[in-house]
Design a protein around this ligand. Structure first.
Ligand SMILES: C[S@@+](CC[C@H](N)C(=O)[O-])C[C@H]1O[C@@H](n2cnc3c(N)ncnc32)[C@H](O)[C@@H]1O
Length: 240
């Protein structure tokens, strides 16, 4: 923990209620998608590694918690967390929430049920993705954009992309099973003003935090899996 970043190790459901109202400028997060599995039993019965890591993956990264809800449970749980996130975000601030094709409807429902105003979808195109036999390649994930009331005006005005393109990190840079590329996170954190605070309730290996620090924003992260809370702290400590 420094004056520019903090990683809380714990369940976001218990940590978020301890954070002050209106204390952050944006919530930028990549929740466990609770996807991958066509039936509720399949979603509940496998680990995150089992669902998201293919047999030919060139890494042996640690599993993570929180990826075994069925779709109804996921929508309800995410709405609770996004409701607390709304309280912590100052009026005019934004939420940017990652999802995949299967959980897009549940995620947009949860955002709106929590009181956020849904404003758009930013597709994230992953050039390195597996082909789909006799079907369409699933080479995009999505970032849902929502605001706490009317979005505030940046000064000077910012113009942000409507589409993101980058592959997941490989080799030494790969720290988490579902890690997001820092290049795209650096675009997303610009929704918060310079010097502002970005909150990520599902911090993983700290990619949002690295991007926030690189772009002159401060960072508050929450991560329930101890291994990844440690990875995120070590990563941010090398930057600041
Ligand atoms: C999709 S990953 C985030 C990966 C991150 N964006 C990165 O690039 O490293 C979701 C993370 O949320 C964490 N998580 C799951 N349930 C949680 C909870 N209730 N509170 C806090 N963190 C949780 C998991 O341990 C996992 O590391």
């Amino acid at each position: 923990m420094t004056d520019t970043w903090t990683i809380h190790h714990g369940d976001a459901l218990t940590v978020l209620p301890t954070l002050p109202t209106g204390s952050v400028d944006a919530v930028i997060t990549d929740p466990p998608y609770n996807s991958g599995g066509r039936t509720p039993a399949a979603k509940r019965g496998d680990t995150a590694r089992g669902k998201y890591v293919s047999g030919d993956a060139l890494h042996d990264l640690a599993d993570f918690a929180g990826d075994n809800r069925d779709q109804r449970g996921y929508r309800y749980w995410l709405a609770l967390l996004l409701c607390e996130s709304l309280r912590i975000t100052r009026p005019g601030g934004s939420a940017l929430v990652f999802t995949d094709w299967a959980q897009l409807p549940a995620t947009s429902d949860a955002l709106q049920a929590a009181g956020w105003i849904w404003r758009g979808i930013i597709p994230w195109h992953k050039p390195i993705s597996r082909p789909q036999k006799d079907g369409f390649k699933r080479e995009c994930e999505y970032v849902l954009w929502a605001s706490h009331g009317e979005p505030y005006r940046h000064a000077p005005t910012v113009y942000l992309p409507g589409y993101l393109r980058a592959s997941q990190p490989r080799g030494d840079k790969r720290k988490h099973i579902t890690q997001k590329p820092v290049e795209i996170m650096r675009e997303l954190v610009k929704i918060a003003p310079e010097g502002g605070v970005v909150l990520d309730p599902f911090a993983g290996a700290g990619s949002t935090g690295e991007a926030a620090l690189a772009e002159g924003r401060r960072f508050v992260g929450v991560e329930v899996t101890k291994h990844y809370a440690d990875v995120a702290r070590e990563r941010l400590a090398t930057l600041h």
